[in-house]
Ligand binder design. Structure first.
Ligand code: NAP
Length: 284
């Protein structure tokens, strides 16, 4: 039976450390500030924004919420981003995705000053992640790395399989594993022999967006299983991409959903905001 990797516990430790560092930064007269922008009334986005504001309060940051109506134009949103880029109280800018269809997400991401891009979605920061010289962590993949490290399992030389190639999760996830010398395979919807490839994985990261997609027959005995998926079932319950009940019988370590990767993503966002505040105020 697999040992559970608790994102709640690991994220609490990370946030405690950030809180301590924040106290030191505040003594130098700087309070890290995160602007959280939400457009429209998507209930899932509202939950994420509330969690991010709550995390800011926990670690001692200021958060500034900008809730804009569904019919906001791209020009209006870009105007707000420009204002926040210039606001010295705001160290990090987070625009909650997805945005309403009249707004081009890339245009908004590109408008954020890369120094305030605490989601690390701007091409400048994405490029830095690619070459392995980055200040801002890609939040979800970096959270996954913390979870893997919490097990003590060595990544170097291991066969790592990532299912999913999105810009937000799959691709940067593969990069971080590669930087740690994992032998990385990225799978996607066109991958042939997916089950066979997954069975070769010592570390398997599922970021597909399909409930219970990874079944026990796709998992090697003793593998480390990281479930990034957050799928809402018809009964309203949250479910990962992994068939947890059956896979936990084969894995060595496994993350639950909820309480696995989710809390880590937010902790990493806090880490990036602190980094931003330090860099912008030239604090070591
Ligand atoms: P996404 O942009 O929809 O990407 C999904 C990926 O899965 C795509 O690359 C897609 O392949 C691949 N895929 C879909 N069906 C497949 C199949 N049958 N076989 C193999 N690969 C398949 O999603 P995302 O933004 O990366 O998010 C993935 C999941 O993680 C979602 O459930 C999301 O809610 C969750 N998530 C969680 C957190 C967190 O903090 N815990 C953060 C972000 C995302 P193609 O590229 O070929 O279409």
């Amino acid at each position: 039976m697999a040992e559970l990797i608790s994102g709640k516990e690991v994220s609490a430790k990370v946030k405690a450390q950030i809180h301590e560092e924040t106290l030191a930064v505040k003594e130098k007269g700087v309070t890290p500030g995160l602007a959280v922008v939400i457009v429209g009334n998507d209930p899932a986005s509202r939950v994420y924004v509330n969690s991010k504001k709550k995390a800011c309060a926990e670690v001692g940051f200021e958060s500034y919420e900008y809730a804009l109506p569904e019919e906001t134009t791209q020009e209006e949103l870009l105007g707000l981003v420009e204002k926040l880029n210039k606001d010295s109280k705001v160290n990090g800018i987070l625009v909650q995705l997805p945005l309403p269809k009249q707004i081009d997400e890339n245009a908004v991401i590109n408008a954020i000053n890369p120094e305030k891009d605490v989601d690390a979605f701007h091409p400048f920061n994405v490029g830095k992640i690619m070459i392995g010289d980055f200040a801002y962590l890609p939040c979800t993949p970096a959270g996954v790395m913390e979870l893997i490290d919490s097990t003590g399992v060595e990544i170097s030389g291991k066969s790592c399989v990532v299912i999913g190639r999105s810009n937000i999760v799959g691709k940067p996830m593969a990069m971080l594993l590669l930087h740690r010398s994992g032998t990385v395979t990225i799978c996607h919807s066109k991958t042939k022999n997916l089950a066979e490839i997954c069975r070769g994985a010592d570390i398997l990261v599922a970021a597909v967006g399909k409930a219970k997609f990874v079944t026990a027959d796709m998992v090697k005995d003793g593998a480390v299983i990281i479930d990034v998926g957050m799928n809402r079932l018809e009964n309203g319950k949250l479910c990962g991409d992994v068939d947890f009940e059956n896979v936990e019988k084969k894995a060595s370590y496994i993350t639950p959903v909820p309480g696995g990767v989710g809390p880590m993503t937010i902790a990493m966002l806090m880490r990036n905001t602190l980094t931003a505040a330090k860099m912008q105020n030239e604090i070591e």
